[in-house]
Design a binder for this molecule. Structure first.
Ligand code: SF4
Length: 374
């Protein structure tokens, strides 16, 4: 079992909070699909024996790709790799790219899950995020997708936005839950130095909101989600029963994945490698058939990665599985740290250690206490 990720690094405009690798120049799209197909063909011999259970077109904005770009890409991927009959095929889309024609195209190509970059349904918040859609337009597009038969829709939401009142956030949540997407990815707005938003804050052009805003919004989301039948299954992800993202869940389980396209990361179970976050450099690498930068996981890295990925999920660490993976000594040391934590940080049962959902927003700080150094 494996996952396939394709990074499409083109956007209509750069959102100020975004730190994903993407460019607005469409000029660089000329050779993009051709290079992707070339890259896929180079990996085919080593990955063709594995069955891909998930295919994820992310970015960037893959919904920008025209039929002439996306159709040959998929035809070639299906030629090079083996996909299971129930492959989860997710396409990231922006609401402004959704139209009846595009939905029909995506359906005909086998897309069975849409991940929609909604971010908010509040006019002011969308203006702050500089998104290209209005709340009404976004809702209409979601309903159109539903009418065209997309029965597995995920929406992205951002909370903790400066000036977003409790009432406005509540209204966004009510509207989202009324639409009833199968899945929601919800992120607190974070300040990254390399984003336009981060630069504006560092230059005192805008002020960063207090942490208490994101905390209040997170707890509101948590309560509302539960009352509407959604369950947090990872720190930033919640869903209706049975609709967790199989692609992302594979990352958290340590399943191998192959990433194609600039900045894409891959992992084969022992080592990971990553493509350059530059279209020019990536094209050069593929043309020359060079090997991307890579690292083999040391026992310490494996241990840390195991903790980080498992503790991010609602299932947490399964103690018998943990004991099977690591030496007794590592387990004893981990348990000592667990016992030294003040009460309430973790939920401990005979079989599991997990971070309770109410603490998901501070999960990074909790997990950091368990990280070991070489
Ligand atoms: S948030 Fe999405 S649409 Fe905006 S710049 Fe980032 S990848 Fe592009």
């Amino acid at each position: 079992m494996a996952g396939l990720y394709i990074h499409v690094p083109f956007c209509r405009k750069k959102c100020p909070y975004c730190n994903f690798f993407s460019v607005v120049s469409q000029r660089l799209r000329r050779n993009f699909v051709e290079t992707l197909i070339n890259e896929a063909s180079q990996w085919a011999p080593t990955w063709s024996s594995l069955e891909f259970e998930t295919l994820y077109l992310g970015g960037g904005t893959p919904s920008l790709l025209t039929e002439d770009e996306v159709r040959p890409l998929l035809e070639n991927l299906r030629k090079f790799f083996k996909f299971s009959a129930q492959t989860e095929f997710t396409l990231e889309v922006n609401p402004d790219d959704i139209s009846k024609e595009r939905l029909l195209l995506w359906k005909s190509l086998g897309v069975n899950r849409l991940s929609v970059g909604l971010q908010s349904l509040d006019e002011e918040a969308l203006r702050f995020l500089e998104r290209l859609h209005s709340p009404l337009e976004a809702l209409e597009k979601l309903r159109l997708a539903r009418r065209q038969g997309f029965s597995n829709i995920s929406v992205d939401l951002i909370y903790g936005i400066p000036g977003l009142s409790r009432t406005a956030w509540l209204q966004t949540l009510e509207d989202v839950f009324e639409f009833r997407p199968q899945h929601i990815s919800a992120y607190a707005l974070t300040l990254e130095d390399n984003t336009i938003y981060g630069i504006r804050v560092n230059r005192n052009l805008v002020s960063a909101p207090p942490d208490s805003l994101a905390v209040a919004h997170f707890h509101l989301l948590r309560h509302k989600a539960r009352s509407h039948g959604y369950r947090f299954y990872e720190v930033s992800n919640l869903c209706l029963p049975g609709y967790h993202s199989r692609h992302n869940s594979a990352y958290w389980k340590g399943t191998p994945y192959l990433g194609l396209g600039p900045s894409a990361h891959s992992f084969d179970g022992n080592k990971r490698w990553w493509n350059p976050a530059s279209i020019g450099e990536w094209e050069k690498m593929v043309d020359k058939k060079s090997i991307p930068e890579a690292e083999s996981l040391t026992p310490t890295m494996r241990f840390n990665e195991y903790l980080i990925t498992r503790l991010r999920t609602q299932k947490g660490i399964h103690i018998p599985d943990f004991k099977q993976h690591f030496e007794h000594e590592a387990f004893v040391q981990f348990f000592e740290k667990v016992n030294n934590l003040p009460g309430g940080h973790l939920t401990i049962t005979p079989e599991h250690i997990r971070i309770p959902v109410r603490n998901f927003l501070v999960s990074d700080g909790i997990i950091r206490r368990f990280i070991i150094e070489d």
